[in-house]
Ligand binder design. Structure first.
Ligand SMILES: NC(=O)c1ccc[n+]([C@@H]2O[C@H](COP(=O)([O-])OP(=O)(O)OC[C@H]3O[C@@H](n4cnc5c(N)ncnc54)[C@H](O)[C@@H]3O)[C@@H](O)[C@H]2O)c1
Length: 409
């Protein structure tokens, strides 16, 4: 079987692994990005993000000439769009990157091509993609419920777990929503080249809502655990033990509390639902508010610990972890990073940070110092913010300990 030529637009945490896996199964892949550093790094056979196994795969497929990156779109049989979809200050979705990607590829689209939006998107985004492409290419017949189309347009959300992306890209089931059933069928033929999970077809709006629903489900359940942690603290109960015991009920499965919810999926996607149905999405909005308030609660705990020590000396506070979840380098929208920035800005203490996944501290932490685990023995207060595996195996340090992850510190 001749493998198609594919173009992956947006070579970040989702796009680059997808491009590499497609190239690895024998497709010719052209990766498109607007970031020169990303393009140059990939073309050298290297990667600009951290994801286990990805460096070897990219080195191999680039070395064998099956993947290359460019900032200029080229003709291909299918285009997979994996650009950012953040929300604006008013928490409405920002589709400007998707629009930029559509306008960039529109010029090279040919009859028979397939365009698949993979970015997490609000309901209706794939129809918007159709409109943008249609405006740029009035010569192409767009897919409609009746009549022949020149191109296919579909939505297929990504649901991989950072840190296990190369495995989950292949094994997870995929929900594929077409503008028409024929579009969904065409998109499925692309995923069939590398997905071992089931590819389930639906319409574009349901597929868009499906991705948002998955993350809102997680957010609501984490909010329940976070709320329990506040209630337990108030009532002098160990929340970790409480949840462990409650989960012995055969039909109860409570998630774990933490310092907040981060990353640009779970903390972001529920707002897309709230923005499109504000009157109806009451619980989803409240869950977001509960989770967004958790870092303030952790900060109050740290402040109280600083007050205790400050009577005798200027406290040294060690913060463990900045990433938004364990064993990755992704600091985007991380509650741990937000907490660290506010502790460091306070100037009431010396701040040491242990984050094994970064070589230097991000902005906003000028008053803090990146150290290794051994250097925190002189700290008075130890705040565990991320349950990286390396922390799990380490001996809990002496001093005041604030364990936001239930690691037994
Ligand atoms: N990271 C995850 O774990 C994850 C999981 C599921 C879904 N998603 C969704 O996937 C999408 C991409 O997320 P990501 O984490 O890969 O983002 P990312 O920021 O890591 O990568 C996006 C890339 O797109 C590039 N880009 C922006 N505009 C472009 C344009 N017009 N043309 C070409 N390239 C452009 C950026 O330079 C960047 O390299 C988002 O919608 C996100 O919500 C992410």
């Amino acid at each position: 079987m001749t493998r198609p030529t594919l173009s992956v637009v947006g070579l970040g945490y989702i796009g680059l692994p997808t491009a590499a896996v497609l190239a690895d199964v024998g497709c010719r892949v052209i990766g498109i990005d607007i970031d020169r550093h990303a393009i140059d790094t990939i073309n050298e056979g290297k990667i600009h993000i951290v994801e286990p196994g990805l460096d070897e795969m990219v080195a191999r497929v680039v070395g064998e000439g099956r993947l290359r990156a460019s900032d200029v779109p080229e003709p291909a049989d299918a285009f997979l769009i994996a650009v950012p979809t953040p929300f604006r200050d008013d928490r409405t979705p920002d589709l400007s990157y998707v629009r930029g990607a559509c306008e960039a590829i529109a010029g090279v689209l040919r009859k028979g091509d397939t365009v698949i939006l993979e970015s997490t998107s609000p309901v209706g985004a794939t129809e918007q993609v159709l409109r943008w492409i249609s405006e740029a290419r009035p010569d192409l017949a767009m897919p409609r419920s009746d009549g022949e189309a020149d191109i296919a347009i579909a939505y297929c959300p990504e649901r991989v777990l950072p840190g296990n992306v190369l495995v989950e890209l292949v094994r997870n089931d995929r929900v594929i929503g077409g503008i028409t059933p024929a579009c969904a069928q065409k998109a499925r033929s692309i995923y069939a080249t590398f997905v071992e999970g089931e590819c389930i077809l639906t319409d574009a709006r349901t597929a868009e809502m499906c991705k948002l629903t998955e993350n809102a489900f997680r957010d609501v359940n984490i909010a329940f655990a976070n709320e329990l942690s506040l209630i337990s603290d108030r009532l002098d109960i160990n929340v970790w033990e409480l949840i462990r015991l409650a989960n012995r009920h055969p039909r109860v499965n409570i998630l774990q509390p933490g310092p907040g919810v981060g990353g640009h999926c779970i903390a972001c996607d529920p707002w897309f639902i709230v923005a499109s149905a504000p009157e109806q999405a009451r619980m989803i909005r409240t869950a977001r508010e509960v989770n967004d308030a958790k870092p303030d609660w952790v900060l109050r705990k740290i402040d109280a610990a600083i007050d205790m020590v400050a009577n005798e000396k200027r406290p040294v506070v060690a913060l463990y972890g900045l990433a938004f979840k364990p064993d990755i380098d992704d600091l985007r929208d991380s509650p741990a990073l937000a907490i660290a920035r506010r502790v460091a800005a306070g100037a009431r203490c010396e701040v040491l940070i242990v984050e094994p996944y970064v070589d230097e501290l991000p902005t906003g932490l000028a008053n803090a110092r990146l150290v290794n685990f051994q250097e925190t023995t002189r700290a008075d207060i130890h705040v565990l913010l991320v349950d990286h595996s390396v922390f799990k195996t380490a001996q809990p340090p002496d001093g005041v300990r604030i364990d936001t992850r239930g690691m037994g510190w």
